[in-house]
Design a protein around this ligand. Structure first.
Ligand code: PMP
Length: 390
């Protein structure tokens, strides 16, 4: 057992203690078979049942429509960056015979890295939005009308966004209606806000989410893809891709192969997958995403309100309408107090608050497993620290 921690780390993040306790038991002896969940074959009956159960629970939780398929791959978000580039370019070749250009909406460092990876693989990319280049720093999202007109279904293989920029604390409030309507496949990285709120999965063509924030341990990534895209990718030959100058997706990240083999083409980490399933089941038992969304909104409101009360003391670099509900980023206006802030927070049992090394300051991550009571403690501390040090 462990004390409930007030831990605000950006990822890997906390998981519910009861989930870990059940997982620990299953690591030793899964369903009485005398072997742990990580020791059985990924092609055994038991493993197949876990894969099916995880898929069914996430479908129920997120309301995944029949038009979409769920699958899992080893790796993380960074693996996702390259797998998206290769698979989506292949789908475009199937539709048009050409490689196409991948359009990226760069609102923080993770969407920037995703674009860099697609370019590194030799694909044509275009930053339709590049907030840092346009405004000198991240912290805002330009209005849709400013960039939507440049998107073309013939030219662009996909349009990519990172729904929640974990480092910079910028979150798309939703995928814009006009983006869904424009006909270019919409690809989104939901690594740090998946399951934090209700979304309409039907608006996305491809969702990619690393597990280590809201859904489990590092090492496994969930994908939700429109079936029509899978058919497109399957239909195109290696020769046709070579002729179009598109790199082949490595077999371990080739989406149709993963789906055709029920996510067990190669060895899926069963323990990690089982933890995902336990997280999904717990969320469903607690009332699903409507309940989680309400709780997350309250957590974010509590902390932002506390910080906003002291505008001369705290600096919040992100514009209000795109503030992340998951990663609250702030700095102190006065110099020389950063270490004191962290030390005093620690005395109160509040940890994981240091900002990303590229941004500095502080970041409080309010993922699903972080309790409302922990956020209230942090908000109280934020207020008292401002009062005592102003
Ligand atoms: N995308 C987002 C939004 C992330 O927050 C992260 C990592 N925190 C990544 C991608 C990269 O994930 P990984 O480290 O698992 O490759």
């Amino acid at each position: 057992d462990r004390q409930p921690a007030n831990y605000f780390g950006a990822g890997p993040a906390m998981l519910p203690t009861d989930v870990l306790q059940q997982a620990a038991r299953d690591l030793i002896n899964f369903q009485g078979v005398g072997l742990g969940i990580g020791e059985i074959s990924h092609r055994s009956k038991e493993a197949g049942a876990v894969i099916e159960s995880t898929k069914a629970h996430v479908r129920e939780l997120m309301g995944v429509p029949d038009t979409h398929e769920v699958f899992f791959l080893q790796g993380g978000g960074t693996t996702g960056f390259s797998s998206i580039a290769a698979n989506m370019a292949a789908a475009h070749v199937a539709r048009t015979g050409q490689a196409g250009t991948a359009a990226y909406l760069v609102t923080g460092s993770w969407s920037a890295k995703a674009e860099e990876e697609a370019a590194r693989l030799g694909l044509a990319t275009e930053r339709l939005v590049d907030v840092k280049r346009a405004r000198g720093k991240y912290g805002s999202i330009p209005a849709t009308v400013e960039w939507i007109g440049s998107l073309s279904r013939d030219k662009h293989s996909y349009v990519y966004l990172c729904e929640n920029e974990t480092v910079h604390g910028v979150e798309w409030p939703e995928v814009p209606e006009e983006l869904v309507a424009c006909g270019v496949p919409v690809v989104a990285d939901l690594s740090s806000d998946i399951l934090s709120r209700q979304i309409d999965v039907g608006r996305y063509d491809l969702i990619m989410a690393g597990a280590q924030k809201n859904i489990g341990l590092a090492g496994l990534t969930m994908y939700i893809i429109r079936k029509r895209l899978l058919e497109d990718i399957s239909s195109v030959s290696d020769e046709k891709l070579a002729a179009a100058g598109v790199p082949l997706a490595p077999i371990a990240t080739h989406y149709p192969t993963a789906v055709a083999n029920n996510s067990a083409y190669n060895t899926i980490p069963m323990f990690t997958l089982h933890i995902m399933d336990l997280v999904f089941q717990r969320l469903l038992e607690r009332g699903g995403l409507p309940v989680q969304q309400k709780e997350n909104a309250e957590k974010a409101r509590t902390l932002y309100n506390a910080l906003d009360k002291y505008p001369d003391f705290y600096c919040l670099p992100v514009e209000k309408d795109v503030r992340s509900l998951m990663n609250v980023v702030f700095t102190l206006k006065k110099e020389g107090l950063d270490d004191k802030f962290l030390e005093q927070a620690k005395v109160r049992g509040l940890s994981g608050l240091k900002g990303h090394r590229s941004v500095g300051g502080f970041r409080a991550s309010l993922y699903n497993a972080v309790d409302v009571s922990s956020v209230r403690k942090l908000a109280k501390f934020v207020e008292e620290f401002a009062q005592e040090n102003s």
